[in-house]
Write a protein of this length. Structure first.
Length: 314
C-alpha cells in the first residue's frame, strides 16, 4: 500500500493555556505551554497514524521555535520546509477559559505571518501531490496571506489534490467577518475536499439549512464536503449523494484539536490511494467513519497533539 507525502501549509505557534481556575488573563499567573496551529495539528495527526507528513511554515529563530520544531520531529513530521525567522519571534497565543464559557484571548503574532513565497522551492509540487491548506492565520494580513493563496494556485496548476479547512477563529476576525468569508470562498472554489464546522457553514453561506448551504459551496467549486457536527457525527456530501456518518460514543474531556484530527485522519487515508479523485460515495463514507473515530478519540484526552491516537488505538 502506498504512502503519498502530504504537505500541510500554515501556522505553527505556542498556545499558553491558563491553568488558574475561573480566571481571566488579567488574574492568571500559571500557564501550560503547548504546540499549536491548525495545520501543524493536522500534520501531527497524519504522522501519528503512520502517514508521511510534511509541514511548511515559519517560526522564530528562538527557543519557542526550537521547541515547536522538536515537537513535530518527535512525531516524525518532516520539517524541511519549516523556516526560522531571525527578525520576528515565534507566534504566541494566550488563552483562559472561565466557568461561564467566556474566553479571554491575546494573540501575539510573530514569525508565522512572514512566510515568503521566495523561501518555498519552486518545484515543490513536482513531488507533493496531496496538499492541505488549513491555517487559522493565513488569511489575516501579512506576507503569509499572499504566499498561501499563490501556493494554492500553484498546487491547483500542478494537478494536486487540495484539502481546505477555513478554520475560522472569531477572536482573530472581530468586525472583519465579511472579509474572512470573501477570502475563504475564493479558496473553497479551488478545493477537492472541504472540511467545515456547522458554525462555519452558516457563516460562509448565510444559510441555516445544511443541505442548501452545502449545495451553495458545491456550486462555488468544492467537490467533497464534510461538515463536522460534534457528537452527532459528520454530514458528508459528494457528487449527488449525502448522508450523516455517525460518530462513536465517548466521554469527552477536551474537544480541542478534534477537527484537525478529523482532517489528518482523512488525509492519511487519501495518502494511501493512487488517485483520491476516483473515490465512490460509499468509499467516502468509510473514510469519514474512520476519521470520526480518530476525532472522537482525541476528545477523550487533554491536548490537541498529545491526545492524538495511533493506528493501533483505532
Amino acid at each position: 500500500m502506498m504512502n503519498q507525502p502530504i504537505l500541510c501549509v500554515g501556522e505553527l505557534l505556542i498556545d499558553f493555556f491558563s491553568t488558574d481556575r475561573n480566571a481571566n488573563l488579567v488574574d492568571s499567573v500559571s500557564f501550560t505551554k503547548q504546540a499549536g496551529g491548525a495545520p501543524a495539528n493536522v500534520s501531527a495527526a497524519i504522522a501519528k497514524l503512520g502517514g508521511e507528513a510534511h509541514f511548511c511554515g515559519k517560526v522564530g529563530n528562538d527557543s519557542f521555535g526550537d521547541y515547536l520544531q522538536k515537537t513535530l520531529e518527535h512525531l516524525n513530521v518532516n520539517t524541511t520546509l519549516l523556516f526560522k525567522d531571525d527578525t520576528h519571534p515565534t507566534t504566541l497565543a494566550f488563552v483562559s477559559l472561565q466557568e461561564d464559557g467566556q474566553r479571554d484571548f491575546i494573540f501575539n503574532r510573530g514569525a508565522d505571518a512572514f512566510l515568503s513565497l521566495n523561501e518555498v522551492p519552486k518545484n515543490l509540487f513536482d513531488t507533493m501531490k496531496l496538499v492541505h491548506f488549513g491555517s487559522a492565520t493565513a488569511l489575516l494580513p501579512g506576507a503569509l496571506q499572499q504566499t498561501y493563496t499563490k501556493l494554492l494556485d500553484a498546487a491547483k496548476d500542478n494537478d494536486c489534490y487540495i484539502s481546505f479547512d477555513p478554520n475560522f477563529r472569531s477572536d482573530l476576525w472581530k468586525g472583519q467577518e465579511a472579509e474572512f468569508v470573501k477570502l475563504a470562498r475564493d479558496l473553497i472554489a479551488k478545493c477537492d475536499f472541504l472540511k467545515v464546522s456547522d458554525e462555519e457553514l452558516t457563516l460562509l453561506t448565510n444559510k441555516s439549512d445544511i443541505t442548501k448551504a452545502v449545495s451553495e459551496l458545491h456550486a462555488i467549486g468544492a467537490k467533497c464536503i464534510a461538515v463536522t457536527l460534534g457528537k452527532a457525527g459528520t454530514y458528508l456530501s459528494f457528487e449527488e449523494n449525502s448522508a450523516t456518518v455517525p460518530s462513536i460514543p465517548i466521554q469527552a474531556v477536551d474537544t480541542t484539536g478534534a477537527g484537525d484530527a478529523f482532517v489528518g485522519a482523512t488525509l492519511f487515508q487519501l495518502g494511501k490511494l493512487e488517485n483520491p479523485q476516483s473515490l465512490s460515495f460509499l468509499e467516502w463514507q468509510n473514510i469519514v467513519h474512520f476519521s470520526n473515530k480518530v476525532a472522537a478519540k482525541v476528545c477523550e484526552k487533554i491536548g490537541a497533539i498529545t491526545a492524538l491516537p495511533t493506528i493501533e488505538d483505532i
